[in-house]
Structure formats: C-alpha cells, structure tokens
Design a protein around this ligand. Structure first.
Ligand SMILES: *[C@@H]1O[C@H](CO)[C@@H](O)[C@H](O)[C@H]1NC(C)=O
Ligand SMILES: *[C@@H]1O[C@H](CO)[C@@H](O)[C@H](O)[C@H]1NC(C)=O
Ligand SMILES: *[C@@H]1O[C@H](CO)[C@@H](O)[C@H](O)[C@H]1NC(C)=O
Ligand SMILES: *[C@@H]1O[C@H](CO)[C@@H](O)[C@H](O)[C@H]1NC(C)=O
Ligand SMILES: *[C@@H]1O[C@H](CO)[C@@H](O)[C@H](O)[C@H]1NC(C)=O
Ligand SMILES: *[C@@H]1O[C@H](CO)[C@@H](O)[C@H](O)[C@H]1NC(C)=O
Ligand SMILES: *[C@@H]1O[C@H](CO)[C@@H](O)[C@H](O)[C@H]1NC(C)=O
Length: 620
C-alpha cells in the first residue's frame, strides 16, 4: 500500500525480475496499518443474527479511535492500540446463522471460539484460506452439520479443534492426523462414522457418542482388523518412547532445521570460499537505492581484499561482517550470511521485503548479491561499530558519557518498537543484544540483523524456530524460551532490558566482573540480587557515579527490571518502553517530532507518518 507507492518512486530502476518480486511481495506481504480487521468484524456482525443484541450494542463502529475494535465484546487484539484481531470469542451469545466467511479479513486471527450458539451449516471447504494461522477452533455445541472438511488439515498451526455437540456426519478426514501441533481434538456427540485419524497418543481426544467410529482405542475397523491391531501395538510401543522423550523430541523437532554453525572467531576456511566465487565476479549487486552507483560482485571483492580476514569487523550468529571500501572511497558493511536452507527464490523475496523496511533506527540494507551458494548483504557502514564493543572493549571500562548512553537506549527502543508495532506482519528481532546495536558516526544507534530470523508473522509468533535452532546470545535470552521454544515480542523486550542493564552497569550480560567470585549468574540475576538487598547503587558503572544523573539511572533500572520480569506478561511492550525512556531523557531533547518529520524527505514518509501520528496521540 503506502509502501508500494514509496517503492514506486525509489525503485524505478530495479531490474524487471526483482521489481516483480518487490511489488508482488509488498502487495501480499508487509504493510503498515490494518483496515481489514475492521471490515472483518463489520462483516461478522452483519452476517449473524443477534437476538440478544450483544453485538449490536457492543460492536459500535462509529467510534474509530485507533484500537477501538479491541474493546468490543469477545475481541482481543495483538496489542491494545492496534486494530489487529488475535481472538474472536463469541461463546454463548445466542447467535444464529452460518459460519462467518468475513473472518477471512481478520488475517492475523489465531483463536476462534463460536461455541454454545445456534449456528448451522457447514465448515467451509476453504477453511484454511479463511483462517490460515488459526491455532484453536472451538465450534462446540452448535448445529453445524455436513462433513468435517479435509481442508481443515491445511490449517497447519492448529493446536485445538473442538467440534463436539454438533451434527457433523461422514468420516473424519484422516489428513487431520498430519496436524503436527495438535494437542486436543474433540468430536463427541456428532454423527460421525468410519476410521478415525491416527493421532499421536499424547493428544487429548474425545470420540464418544458417535454412531460408527472405529480405529485405535475404539472398536477395531472392519476391513483390516489384523493390521490395525499391530498398529495399536506399534503405536503403544512408540508412545512409550514418545512420552519419555517428549521434551527432547520437541527440541529435536526444532533443531531439525539446524545447520552447522561456524562459531570460530575468525573465518576458519580463510577466504577460500571467496576464491571459489571469483569465476562469477560479473554478477550484479541488486540495489535498493538508486542513489548508489551500480556495483558488481567484483567491486565487493576488491573492496574487501577478497574478503580477507583483516576486514572482518564482526562475527555474529547470522554470519560474518566485512568492512568494504570502494574505489570511490565509500564505505559499506558486507555480511556473508550463514548457510541458510532457503531456496534462491525465498531468499530473494525475503531480501526484497527487508530492503523495504527502512527507519532511522535501523541499519539500512542497501543491496544484496547471490553468488552461487554465497549470500552477501550490503549494509550502510556504521563507523562506531557495535554497542558491545563500545561498552566492553575499552582499556579501563567504558568512557561513553551518560547522555550518549541514554540516547542509544531511546533510539534502539524506538527502532525495536517500530519493528514490533508498525509493520504487518510485525517483525520480532529474536536476537537483540548490544552486538546487534550499531553506532553511526554520531553514536546514533541502528539495529542490525532484524528480519534475518525470518519476517515475523502470525505463523512465527505462534511457533517459530530460532535461527539455527539456537535461542540467542547467552545472558540475553528470555527464560521462557527454553521452555516454550516460541519467539515473542516479549522475548525481545527481555533481551532489550538486558541491554539497558549493560548500559548502566557497564557489565557484560553473561559475566559480571564486579560480582563476588562465588556468583555464577547472569547480569540480570546479579541486578535482581542487589535489588533484594537494596544494594543497586553498587551496580552502577563507576564512570557514571557523581555526575548528577543518579535519578535518571535509577529510573532506567526500574524500566530494565520490568523488561526482564520472569513473567512475559508483566513485561511492558516495546512501545511502552520507548515512551518511558523518552520521558526519562526528555531534558536532553534528543529527538523531537520535528526531527522525525524532517526525516520524511529521505523516503521513509509513510512509515514516519505513522510514527508521528502515534507519538502525537500518545502525547495527549
Ligand atoms: C441495535 O441497537 C439500537 C440501539 O441500541 C436499536 O435501536 C436497534 O434496533 C438495534 N438493532 C437491532 C437489529 O436489534
Ligand atoms: C455508537 O457510538 C456513538 C458515539 O460514539 C453513539 O452516538 C451511538 O448511539 C452508538 N450506537 C449504538 C448502537 O450504541
Ligand atoms: C472511543 O473509543 C475509545 C477507546 O475504546 C474510548 O476511549 C473513547 O471514549 C471512545 N469515544 C467515544 C466518543 O465513545
Ligand atoms: C474483505 O474486506 C474487503 C474490504 O476491505 C471486502 O471488499 C471483502 O468482501 C471482504 N472479504 C470478505 C470475505 O468478507
Ligand atoms: C470460500 O468459499 C466460499 C464459498 O463456499 C466463498 O464464498 C469464499 O469467497 C471463499 N473464501 C476464500 C477466502 O476463498
Ligand atoms: C493442503 O492443500 C494442498 C493443495 O492446496 C494439498 O495438496 C495438500 O494435500 C493439503 N494438505 C493437507 C494436509 O490436507
Ligand atoms: C507424533 O510424534 C512423532 C514423534 O514425536 C512425530 O514425528 C510425528 O510427527 C507426530 N505426529 C503427529 C500427528 O503429531
């Protein structure tokens, strides 16, 4: 939408192939703003009869304050100020009518509960088109009929299917057995017959009170009873193992996509790989900005001395970063991505999306290059390197002044809040640390590596693998991740809280030099312990003591402590964190709305407008 317009003016020169991808993606993928969810609820209200007047009185569309639909009866949004519907729960409201097809426009819907109404008709045969990311479908106690559509098996994120107490007939599609995330499946009290799908024995099923269901744990099916008996035995044997190893099994599942990670500080193969791509040096670098003169792979190779290890300026979980100086003196950072298992097309389309994600607090992706197996990303050069190095590399501690640190905290929070709240699908970073916050020549922070852990969308928010099956850098990882294996915005908030603690203590997140030797925990553990003993002052970086900023520091501690709450629900959203930090740093006048408006000339217009609008609103 807005983005397409912007790309239109910026990208005129892009080659036909890439241009096609860009437009295609931007129309189908990333967008900022969500009018569709409003149309969705409007259509649901119109399509259902509501004899108790519940929707009629609560779902009032004449007040269109941002986020207004979130206060409707039965609606939960992804965030309170965002018109993006997460849950529709219209249980026991006496509603009549058929399955509301308008749900299609609630494109981020995860939970649908229409139970205990008087709805009838069939579940549409294209149900997976209507709610592709749904994780729970509860239609219990209605008058739905017809067959359960095979297509339900294509809603591959389903955890819960409850269809009990309806009039479903025919056979249960065996394909439902392929739903790998299913935890509960209830079809009691229907008119179903035939063989039931082969579900994992760990899931909670209820087949009771149907006229003719057969299969494992029910009466054996007629046609091949011998076979199904062995099936039961095998299933039982397997299930013993499965139950025992469920935790490990789950972990293995998530590690299945793991690719070997090269974790050496230096490129272990030297630049051998670079020599292997010499033959294709003429390949063009696809650029997202036409203000930059055309580049070829050969230019990148020359600019990095064939990716010599002397030019390595960073080694992250996503890959190695090289400093590149072109003949005209311009500087770039080139990231050689870790081997990914994406196809060429997937890679190109992800790049196209990332190239469109532009914000003052993000490191701009300038272009990319696919050279055989190698995937190279070209970023704008950040003169002052990583925040991590600035904080921890100095001879005797960090010399960064307090206002600089505060400016970095605010800018990084704004960038992350923008990724979380202004894009659709929202982008979870998943690997926030002081190593991915880069500093330009004015020490303005820029977040890097966003989106490399895959664009976050409802699929990912629900269950997402972590890059390379790892959770992130030690000390930064939200404690729930090892249990849930699910990346969430609140996980990013935790990691960001750790960065705040780093900024005020000058300590590394995974080893606290000031702590007594017997202390084995992380920076977060240490700060929590000191708080308990009211000793927090002791944690403050000594170069910040006595500068008249104690009050600001203690406020930052407070925000950081909230961010690293054990319970993700107690953590603030990134937008709230940004607002809090901005208020703490108000007297420094780091950024004003005017400053942000000025940025609009640089091409970030639509996105900036959104932010400005949001800031203006929250100022009231
Ligand atoms: C909806 O509510 C309004 C006022 O609350 C009422 O006038 C109207 O008749 C209701 N509509 C229906 C269809 O019940
Ligand atoms: C909807 O809200 C508007 C004001 O926000 C009010 O004038 C109107 O009566 C409301 N409609 C219903 C049906 O409650
Ligand atoms: C509109 O909705 C917002 C948020 O739900 C609420 O705060 C505000 O009072 C409403 N305005 C009117 C006129 O009903
Ligand atoms: C989705 O919303 C659009 C308007 O935004 C509307 O034209 C379309 O009919 C809706 N689709 C469904 C299935 O309701
Ligand atoms: C699903 O199928 C119904 C007809 O059963 C159709 O009206 C609707 O447009 C379809 N929706 C989508 C998203 O394909
Ligand atoms: C999902 O849909 C595709 C066609 O769109 C079909 O080939 C595939 O078998 C379906 N998968 C399941 C599990 O039903
Ligand atoms: C059942 O569990 C096994 C191993 O844990 C897994 O490979 C399989 O995909 C699961 N199947 C279903 C239907 O959940």
């Amino acid at each position: 939408m807005g983005l397409v317009t912007r790309m239109g003016s910026n990208q005129r020169e892009i080659s036909g192939f890439l241009g096609f991808y860009l437009v295609f993606l931007l129309m189908s993928g990333l967008s900022c703003g969500n009018e569709n969810d409003i149309a969705c609820l409007r259509s649901i209200k119109e399509s259902l009869q509501d004899p108790n007047n519940i929707l009629n009185s609560s779902w009032n569309f004449s007040n269109s304050t941002k986020g207004f639909i979130c206060s409707f009866t039965g609606i939960d949004c992804w965030a309170p100020n965002e018109d993006r519907v997460l849950t529709i729960r219209l249980s026991n409201m006496g509603l009549r009518g058929s399955f509301p097809l308008g749900i299609y426009n609630c494109s981020n819907l995860q939970h649908l509960d229409l139970s205990s109404n008087e709805l009838d008709g069939v579940i549409p045969a294209n149900v997976s088109k209507i709610m592709p990311y749904v994780t729970s479908v509860v239609l219990s106690s209605n008058r739905f009929s017809g067959e359960i559509p095979e297509n339900l098996a294509n809603c591959s994120y389903l955890n819960v299917i409850q269809l009990d107490h309806n009039k479903f007939s025919g056979q249960i599609p065996l394909e439902l057995g392929q739903l790998s995330r299913l935890k509960r499946f209830t079809v009691a009290n229907n008119l179903l017959v035939g063989q039931v799908p082969r579900f994992n024995s760990t899931i909670d099923v209820d087949f009771s009170n149907n006229p003719g269901l057969c299969g494992p744990s029910l009466s054996p099916c007629q046609k091949s009873s011998g076979k199904s008996n062995t099936g039961v035995i095998v299933a039982a044997a397997v299930s013993g193992v499965t139950v025992g190893a469920i935790g490990v099994g789950l972990a293995m599942f998530f590690c299945a996509r793991r690719v070997p990670v090269k974790k050496k500080e230096e490129d272990p193969e030297g630049n051998k790989w670079a020599k292997s791509i010499k033959g294709i040096k003429k390949i063009k670098v696809s650029l997202f900005e036409n203000s930059i003169s055309k580049m070829r792979l050969s230019d990148l190779m020359k600019a990095t001395d064939n990716f010599s290890k002397h030019n390595i300026i960073g080694e992250g979980r996503m890959g190695t970063i090289y400093k590149a100086r072109l003949d005209d003196g311009s500087m770039y950072m080139i990231k050689r991505l870790q081997d990914t298992q994406h196809s060429e097309e997937e890679f190109v389309s992800e790049m196209a999306t990332l190239g469109s994600v532009k914000h003052r607090d993000l490191v701009p992706l300038i272009g990319f290059c696919l050279a055989g197996k190698e995937k190279l990303l070209v970023y704008k050069y950040m003169k002052n390197g990583t925040l991590y190095d600035q904080l921890h590399q100095g001879e005797d501690g960090c010399s960064m002044e307090w206002p600089t640190r505060l400016k970095i905290a605010i800018g990084a929070a704004r960038g992350l809040a923008w990724l979380h709240h202004n894009c659709n699908p929202r982008i979870i970073h998943r690997n926030i640390s002081s190593k991915c916050i880069l500093l330009d020549s004015d020490f303005e922070p820029k977040i890097s590596d966003f989106g490399l852990a895959r664009l976050m969308n409802p699929i990912d928010t629900h269950l997402s693998t972590f890059v390379n099956g790892e959770f992130g850098d030690i000390g930064y990882v939200a404690p729930e991740y090892s249990r849930t294996l699910v990346a969430t915005p609140k996980g990013d908030v935790y990691s960001f809280g750790t960065v705040l603690l780093e900024l005020v203590t000058g300590e590394r997140p995974n080893e606290v030099t000031k702590a007594p030797e017997s202390f084995k925990g992380t920076l977060v553990d240490w700060v929590i312990e000191l708080t308990k003993n009211s000793n927090l002052k002791y944690a403050i970086d000594k170069s910040l003591v006595g500068k008249g900023v104690d009050h600001e520091i203690s406020q930052i501690f407070k925000v950081a402590r909230n961010c690293v709450s054990l319970n993700p629900k107690e953590r603030p959203s990134m937008f709230e964190v940004y607002q809090l930090l901005r208020a703490i740093g108000e007297r420094y006048h780091f950024s004003t709305d005017a400053e942000i408006m000025l940025q609009m000339d640089t091409g970030d217009d639509d996105i900036q407008e959104l932010i400005v609008a949001q800031e203006a609103k929250s100022d009231q």
